[in-house]
Design a protein around this ligand. Structure first.
Ligand code: AOF
Ligand code: ZN
Length: 380
């Protein structure tokens, strides 16, 4: 299908608008919308800011007012056809008299889908699939969650140019620059949960909070307006410890009251730990991480950030559960010491995990690399 350049340009703007909601809409998607009047002039723009708040279409239609009549709406996700926290956008578009609706990605959420069909049945011209790749990328966490019924996984690590995350004596502070570490905090704060393995908890006793000084950081809640504010605005990420045998010390910082914490243990672990325990099936030497991500999704955790250590990261890679890798690479060499990634189920070169570099950005003196698996969603 030939896509008119004009449609692609307006959809690109809608994708950009969707990005404004990144990190605050969970458990809802990020969505952007541009409304043109009948003459093709931009009449309204909107994005979804937090769960319970107006959907992108409603926000853009409110700005457009009467000018939407006979116009075109560009939406990054198929308009919903349900009454959930808010009313159906399909109806809002019909009532506004929009003549044409251009959609990037169809809605995989069975409760909300059907907007495209509803609009068509009322004589609205609907075009789907415009700039779908860019819209998918902007919404990758939520689309993974909605399609696969599990949380989306970002694995982040910091390493030297020779791929090491600690020196031979275990010291690792700091391999990357202050700029890189600030960037990590920003990324981490957009996730619904931060996941670490028991090895990291025992070795570093981390807080696993989004910032080192949580008092100064609390994310501002969405401005004014009602809604249940179930989005990330004002909410701190859940902390998750993958601790097969339940060895987390009762005094560990991760169990303090700065944020809620879930400790995932084996179904048969004989632990005395007093914490919010999640019992899971075993898998190889550890836990069934797919079961973990399903349980987290059931708790409306759309996205998780896996940090530390290499053993846990190796288990996620081996189980085919890493959706995005974010690597901070410092121009430094160690030559010995811990590798960024532990055993990942690769015995011979034919079993290599191949990825694609999607973004390469300088951050201070370092480089941030974002890579994704070549065959996403292939769980093992
Ligand atoms: C959004 N924002 O702009 C659009 C959505 O939480 P609810 O009940 O208001 O509805 C959430 C569902 O609506 C969501 O899962 C998605 O399927 C659909 N579209 N959602 O949060 C939006 N357009
Ligand atoms: Zn809607």
């Amino acid at each position: 299908m030939e896509i008119p350049a004009r449609d692609a340009a307006h959809m690109a703007r809608a994708v950009e608008l969707a990005g404004h909601g990144h990190g605050t809409t969970s458990p809802n998607p990020v969505v952007g919308c541009v409304v043109l009047d009948a003459a093709g002039q931009v009449a309204g723009e909107g994005f979804h800011a937090y769960a319970g708040g107006p959907h992108a279409e409603v926000a853009a239609l409110a700005e457009a007012g009467e000018r939407a009549r006979g116009g075109t709406a560009y939406v990054t996700l198929e308009p919903c056809d349900h009454t959930g926290r808010t009313g159906p956008c399909s109806r809002a578009l019909l009532e506004a008299g929009v003549a044409r609706v251009v959609i990037a990605v169809s809605d995989p959420n069975p409760k909300a889908a059907g907007g495209a069909a509803r609009l068509r049945s009322h004589g609205v011209e609907v075009i789907a699939g415009v700039l779908a790749g860019a819209a998918e990328r902007a919404n990758e966490e939520w689309l993974t969650y909605a399609r696969l019924g599990r949380s989306h996984v970002t694995w982040k690590f910091a390493a030297t140019l020779d791929g090491r995350s600690a020196a031979a004596d275990g010291t690792s502070q700091w391999i990357t620059s202050a700029e890189s570490r600030a960037d990590v905090h920003r990324m981490r704060a957009a996730a619904d949960a931060i996941v670490a393995g028991i090895g990291t908890v025992l070795a570093d006793d981390p807080h696993l909070t989004a910032r080192s000084a949580p008092s100064a950081e609390s994310t501002a809640p969405p401005a004014e307006g009602g809604g249940d504010r179930a989005g990330r605005g004002g909410r701190v990420p859940l902390r998750v410890v993958v601790d097969t045998e339940g060895r987390t010390p009762q005094s560990a910082r991760v169990l303090d009251d700065r944020a809620p914490t879930l400790v995932a243990v084996a179904h048969d672990a004989g632990t005395e730990l007093k914490a919010d325990l999640l019992r899971l099936p075993r898998h190889a030497a550890g836990l069934d991480l797919h079961a973990l991500l399903k349980e987290l999704a059931a708790r409306e955790v759309v996205s998780v950030f896996v940090e530390g250590g290499p053993t846990l990261a190796g288990a996620f890679v081996r189980q085919g559960l890493v959706d995005r890798v974010v690597a901070y690479v410092a121009p430094a060499l160690l030559g010995s010491g811990r590798a960024a990634l532990g055993a990942a189920g690769v015995g011979t070169i034919g079993e290599i995990h191949r990825l694609t570099f999607d973004e390469i950005s300088p951050i201070g003196p370092d480089v941030r690399l974002i890579a994704r698996p070549r065959e996403p969603g292939r769980e093992k």
